[in-house]
Design a protein around this ligand. Sequence first.
Ligand code: ATP
Length: 363
Amino acid sequence: MAELTLDNVSKFFDDGGSKVVAVDDASMEIQDGEFLVLVGPSGCGKSTTLRMIAGLESVSEGEIRLGDERMDNRPPRDRNIAMVFQSYALYPHMTVRGNMRFGLEESTEMADGEIDRVVTETAEMLDIGELLDRKPGELSGGQQQRVALGRAIVRDPAVFLMDEPLSNLDAKLRSQMRTELQRLQEELGVTTVYVTHDQTEAMTMGDRIAILDDGELQQVATPLEAYHEPANQFVAGFIGEPSMNFFEMEVDDGTLVGDAFSYELSGETKAAVGDQSHVTLGIRPEDIELGGSAATHTYETTVDVVEPMGNENAVYLGFESTDSTFVATTGGMRRISSGQRISAHFPEDAIHLFDSAGEAIHN
Ligand code: ATP
C-alpha cells in the first residue's frame, strides 16, 4: 500500500531567535496511485512539506506514514520515495545512462544486466532512448527533465515527489510535458505529490489539489470542487483566472448593501447569511453576464479596459458611484470597447458568500 498520510504535521524554523512556522498542523491522506498537487503562493510552505515527506527536512511535530509504516523518523534512502527537482539535479560529468543507473547501483542488489534493461526500457518510454550516451550539457531543457524523471522512475518507488519540475521549460513545452507527465503517472500508478505555485497547472494535473496559504492547509479537494465550492475566500481568489471578484457588503434585512450596488437575496442565500451583519460577495468573471436585460441583479457599468485573451476577452468594468472596478470575461468575438456603457448581471445562482472570517457560507 502506498497511501501517504500526513498527521498534524508542523515545521518550525529558527530564524535568528524568532520562530518561523513554515507548515502549521497539516493533515491529509494521499490515496494509493493518486496525483495530488500542492499549490499556493510563494513561501506558503509547499517545498517544506515535500521535503519533510522526502526526509530532507525533519518534522517538528506530527507524523508521516506510508501505508501503516511511520516514515518521518527514517533516513531518506529508506523511504522508498523518489524526488524530481526543478533544477533536475543531474550529474554533469555522467552520461544519461550513468545518471539513470546511478540511483539503482547505489540502492539495489540488481544485477548489472537487469539495471541495463530497466534503464533502456525507461529511456524508451520517455523517448530519450537515443540520448543515453550523451551528457546533460548536450541536452535541451525538456530532455534533461525527462532524464530526471527517468532516474526517478527506474527506482520503482512507492511515491514520486516533484518540486516545480516544469518551471524551467518554455510555455509550449511545459504544457506538452504536463500532459505527458499525467499520462505517465496514470500508467505507472505511482502515488505522486507535485508542488507548483501555478494554479492552472494544479487545476489541469491534479486528481486532487491541496491549497496552502501561509503554512496552513486551506482545502484538499478535486479541482472542480475547489473551483465551485471553495472552502474560503483565499481558495476562491486563488483558483480561477482572472480571479473571482469580491465586494464588501453590509447586510440590511435580506439585502446586501455595498458602496457600488445593492443585492437582494432570496430563499437560500438569505438563509445562508442568517443574522450576520457583514459578508463578502464573490462572483467569478466568467459568471457575469454582460449586455443582457435581466430584471434583477443587473447593474449599469462603464467599460474601463478590454484585454483580449485569445478566445475570450477580460473586460474591466467600473460603477459610476465608486472607484471600484471588477472583471468579467466574454467570448472573444464580441465587440466591446473602452468607455462603453453596458449592463452587468450577477446571477444569484452564481454568487459566493463569505463571512467576516473569510469562510464560505454559500457557494
Ligand atoms: P516557493 O514557491 O517560493 O518555493 P514554498 O511555498 O515552497 O515557496 P517554503 O520554501 O516551503 O515555501 O517556505 C515556507 C516558509 O518557511 C517561508 O516563509 C520560508 O522563508 C521559511 N523557510 C524555509 N526554509 C527555511 C529555513 N531553512 N530557515 C528559516 N526559514 C525557512
